[in-house]
Design a protein around this ligand. Structure first.
Ligand SMILES: [Zn+2]
Length: 422
């Protein structure tokens, strides 16, 4: 469907002439016989391109019937495109290098450049770009240029499942140039199918005239037999990533067990939070704290002042600590080299030290001794078990970024100073 341009579009006018003006048959200078107008978007704004069409003026010349278009037109925009190459490259780069979604690209094109494309045509342009990219990726002459100065080739093969239940995508990469050579989705990765890919890699290496020094893979059976058959002399090593992951398995298992132990020990955040919130609610409504269990817990959890501004800010500090600890307990980032359990232990230790510093400061500032939230946390743990854990998991995604204990201490210090001035 042709692109619908608004009536008031302000086009920049570009003119293109034929460069080779002599008739290819008789050699006479050709005449301009017509003009072709086309419109497309560029990143610089909408363009009206005027193509001057030429033909041989001699009606007896066999070249007379043929009309010549400007040679450079295709370097600005391909026929029937509503965008120039600059826009296509912009779209392709956002899609494949930045992994933007089509709707993101669509919105940004519209907001930033005033280029409005339907999702259908955007998808079509992305497809064009993808085809060109694939053709260039496998272009033998480009590949030869890249490998001119390479002495040896190191190849790797691995199967990836982009989505569960879908066929596995087998990717052959060359590691000295960090380049994907080719990839193919295999519905059934039989030894014969996998060997075909390895043979294809062999053909590529031979076409480049470069020796293969090494193969890397996770050494699944089909790779081992296929590579041994096609590259009998070439060593085949375990991929470092897979190797590390396998070696790390027992480490991560132990780490995971430790995490469970720590989570068992540090519990009851919800009860503390509820107590603080309830107390704050009571303070806001101006009535005395009730005599139920929650309030009793509050009495030990936060300074036993009559509700006032200090106790409110003390409550806020307690809530901040709870949020920090919850985040720590739910943080499962980190791989085998930075086991999450070790991170968790270090972070909890930091919180403990931070609370201790708060306590020390408070002792220095005012002599009133208070029970603190911390010991209560493990006491309360026995009261709230299951639901608390589920709740923590639910909040974990939103509470990834957490205040550092030092920031929490500032709040605690303010509160402590406030209390001691009274
Ligand atoms: Zn002619």
């Amino acid at each position: 469907m042709p692109y619908a341009w608004p009536q008031d579009t302000d086009f920049a006018r570009w003119e293109l002439d034929v460069l080779e003006r002599d008739c290819p048959v008789c050699g006479r200078r050709m005449h301009i016989c017509d003009h072709r107008y086309r419109h497309f978007h560029t990143l610089g704004g909408p363009v009206e391109l005027v193509c001057k069409l030429n033909h041989c003026p001699d009606p007896t010349c066999p070249g007379h019937a043929r009309t010549h278009s400007p040679e450079l037109e295709v370097t600005i925009a391909l026929p029937k495109w509503a965008i120039g190459w600059d826009v296509l490259c912009w779209i392709g780069h956002r899609r494949w290098a930045r992994h933007w979604s089509i709707s993101q690209i669509q919105a940004e094109l519209s907001d930033r450049y005033g280029i409005r494309l339907s999702t259908d045509s955007l998808a079509r342009y992305i497809r064009h770009y993808q085809i060109m990219l694939a053709a260039r990726q496998q272009d033998p002459s480009a590949l030869r240029r890249q490998y001119e100065s390479v002495a040896e080739i190191i190849l790797s093969i691995d199967g990836l499942q982009p989505e569960k239940g879908h066929e596995t995508l087998y990717v052959v990469r060359e590691l000295t140039q960090k380049r994907v050579w080719f990839a193919e989705a295999l519905i059934s990765a039989t030894a014969a199918e996998v060997r075909r890919l390895i043979a294809q890699a062999k053909a590529w290496a031979e076409a480049l005239g470069k020796p293969v020094a090494l193969w890397l893979s996770d050494r699944q059976d089909a790779f081992v037999t296929g590579i041994a058959a096609e590259f009998p002399e070439v060593p085949h090593r375990y991929c470092q990533n897979h190797f590390l992951r396998d070696v790390a398995k027992p480490v991560l298992e132990a780490d995971s067990h430790t995490k469970v132990q720590m989570r068992k020990k540090v519990r009851g955040l919800r009860a503390i939070e509820q107590a603080v919130l309830k107390r704050q609610g009571v303070a806001a409504s101006g009535t005395a704290p009730g005599d139920d269990g929650q309030a009793a817990m509050t009495a030990t959890a936060v300074p036993a002042d009559p509700p006032g501004p200090e106790s409110a800010s003390a409550g806020a500090v307690v809530l901040d600590y709870c949020a920090a600890v919850r985040g720590i307990l739910n943080d499962d980032q980190g791989g085998p080299l930075h086991p999450p359990g070790l991170r968790m232990a270090a972070a909890l230790e930091e919180v403990r030290a931070s609370i201790q510093r708060d306590l020390d400061e408070k002792k220095g500032g005012s002599q009133r001794s208070n029970s603190v939230a911390w010991p209560v946390a493990s006491t309360a743990a026995s009261m709230t078990s299951g639901p608390n854990k589920r709740r923590s998991e639910a909040t974990s995604r939103t509470s990834r970024r957490l205040p550092r204990p030092s920031i929490l201490e500032e709040g605690a210090a303010r509160t402590a100073r406030g209390s001691s001035r009274r």
